[in-house]
Design a protein around this ligand. Structure first.
Ligand SMILES: Cc1cc2nc3c(=O)[nH]c(=O)nc-3n(C[C@H](O)[C@H](O)[C@H](O)COP(=O)(O)O)c2cc1C
Length: 376
C-alpha cells in the first residue's frame, strides 16, 4: 500500500523538500549564451536523475514546452516530452518522485490517465502530475487548438482532472457528461500503484488558476516574496488558509535559481557572467513579448526591470552565494512555511555535486532534512 500521505512526504522524513525544475528543456531555465548551458538531452537528464536520486533529493519537475522561445539559443527549443521522460527516469531511479507536466487541453483524458498510471506502476507510486491549463498561445496554434477564454480554460481543466481522477478510482463503465468533456462507458485499468493516486500540483497565478490549484491539488507552486520573513509567512499562510475552504491541507512550494560557489564573490561573478553579461537578450525579449510586456505596453523603466528578472531562470528566486549563505536562503523559505523548492542551475550535472556535498549537510544540521541514510 502507498498512502497519499506517503506520496506527499515523497516517502521520506525531509521537512524541507528539494527538487530540480526544468532539466528536460534545452538551457534549463537560464536564458544564457554561455557554452556550458544545459543541453536538455537524454544522456544528461539520465545522469542528473541518478545523481539526484543517489544524493537523496526529493523530486524532479519537468516543463511542458512545445515550442522554444527563439533568440540566439532558441531558448527551450529542444525539450523532452515529460510523460515519456518521467517513465524513463522512474525506471532508472529508486527513491525520487518524478513529475510529468501536462497541458490538459492537449491530452485526451482517457489516454492521459492511462499514461500516468503506467508511469506510476513503473515508479511504484513515485509519479506526480503537474497539471497545466494553458499558457503560450503559439503552442496551441501549433496543435490547431484554439485556447478557450481564461475562465473557460479552468472550467475545462476542472472537468479534465475530475475525469482523470474517476479513471484512477474504482469506478467502472462510467459516463462523464461535462460541459466540454463527454465520455461513455469508461474503463481504465490498471489503477495507480498501491491503492492511492499520484500527487497533483499546479502553479496557476491568476485568481481562477489559484482556486483551481487549491481545489484540486496537493501542492501549489507560487512565487516567494523576496523581502521579509513576515511577508513570506503571510503569503504562504494566506494560501494555506484559502485551501482549507476546500478541505485541503496544501503544501506550498516555490522555484529558485541557484548559483552556489565556494565564495560569495565567485558566486556573484558567475551569476553576472551567465545572467547579465551573457544573457540571451533576444530570447528574453521574445519571452516578454509573448506576455505582451514591451517598452510600449509597460513603460521603459518597468520593461528594463522585467527584462533583468526574466533572464534569471524565467522568474525564479535567485539564490546566489557561498554554501552558508545558500543554506540560509533555503532555510528562510522553510521558516516562511514553504514545504519545498524546485531548483535550477546553469548546468545541473556540473553544479549538483558541489551543491549536494555542501548544502545538504548544512540543511541536515539545521534540522530541515533527515540524515541521508534515514531518508532512503
Ligand atoms: C513551477 C511552475 C511550473 C510551470 N510549468 C509550466 C509548464 O510546464 N508549461 C506551461 O505552459 N506553463 C507552466 N507554468 C505556468 C502555470 O501553469 C500557469 O499557467 C501560469 O502561472 C499562469 O497562471 P494562470 O493560468 O492562472 O493565468 C508553470 C508555472 C510554474 C510557477
Amino acid at each position: 500500500m502507498k498512502s497519499l500521505r506517503d506520496r506527499a512526504t515523497m516517502n521520506n522524513a525531509n521537512e524541507f523538500k528539494l527538487g530540480l525544475f526544468g532539466a528536460n528543456c534545452s538551457s534549463g531555465r537560464a536564458v544564457t549564451l554561455v557554452p556550458e548551458r544545459w543541453t536538455g538531452g537524454w544522456a544528461d537528464n539520465l545522469k542528473m536523475a541518478k545523481l539526484s536520486d543517489e544524493a537523496g533529493l526529493d523530486f524532479l519537475l519537468p516543463i511542458a514546452r512545445w515550442k522554444g522561445y527563439g533568440g540566439d539559443t532558441d531558448y527551450q527549443g529542444a525539450t523532452l516530452e515529460t510523460i515519456t521522460w518521467a517513465a524513463g527516469l522512474l525506471a532508472s531511479t529508486k527513491r525520487i518522485t518524478v513529475f510529468g507536466t501536462v497541458h490538459a487541453p492537449l491530452f485526451h483524458p482517457v489516454i492521459a490517465a492511462k499514461q500516468f498510471v503506467t508511469c506510476d506502476q513503473i515508479g511504484e507510486g513515485r509519479f506526480g502530475l503537474n497539471v497545466v491549463i494553458g499558457w503560450n498561445e503559439d503552442e496551441f496554434d501549433m496543435f490547431g487548438v484554439k485556447q478557450r477564454d481564461h475562465e473557460d480554460r479552468y472550467v475545462y481543466g476542472q472537468e479534465w482532472v475530475e475525469a482523470v481522477k474517476m479513471m484512477w478510482s474504482d469506478k467502472e463503465d462510467f459516463a462523464f457528461d461535462g460541459k466540454f468533456i463527454k465520455l461513455n462507458a469508461v474503463r481504465s485499468k490498471p489503477k495507480p500503484y498501491g491503492g492511492s493516486r499520484p500527487l497533483l500540483m499546479n502553479a496557476g497565478a491568476s485568481p481562477v488558476g489559484r482556486e483551481f490549484a487549491l481545489r484540486n491539488c496537493d501542492a501549489f507552486f507560487t512565487s516567494a516574496p523576496k523581502d521579509s520573513l513576515e511577508a513570506l509567512t503571510a503569503h504562504v499562510q494566506a494560501v494555506k488558509t484559502e485551501a482549507r475552504q476546500y478541505n485541503r491541507d496544501i503544501d506550498v512550494y516555490t522555484v529558485g535559481v541557484v548559483t552556489c560557489r565556494a565564495t560569495k564573490a565567485d558566486a556573484e561573478d558567475y551569476y553576472r557572467h551567465c545572467i547579465i553579461d551573457n544573457a540571451d537578450w533576444s530570447a528574453v525579449d521574445s519571452i516578454l513579448a509573448k506576455r505582451k510586456i514591451t517598452a510600449e505596453t509597460v513603460g521603459a523603466d518597468e520593461f528594463a526591470a522585467r527584462r533583468k528578472h526574466q533572464a534569471n531562470g524565467m522568474g525564479g528566486l535567485p539564490i546566489v552565494g557561498d554554501p552558508d549563505s545558500v543554506a540560509q536562503q533555503l532555510a528562510h523559505l522553510y521558516k516562511g512555511g514553504m514545504r519545498g523548492v524546485g531548483l535550477s542551475f546553469i548546468n545541473y550535472n556540473a553544479e549538483l555535486p558541489f551543491f549536494c556535498d555542501e548544502i545538504l549537510p548544512r540543511l541536515e544540521r539545521m534540522g530541515l532534512r533527515a540524515p541521508r541514510k534515514a531518508a532512503a
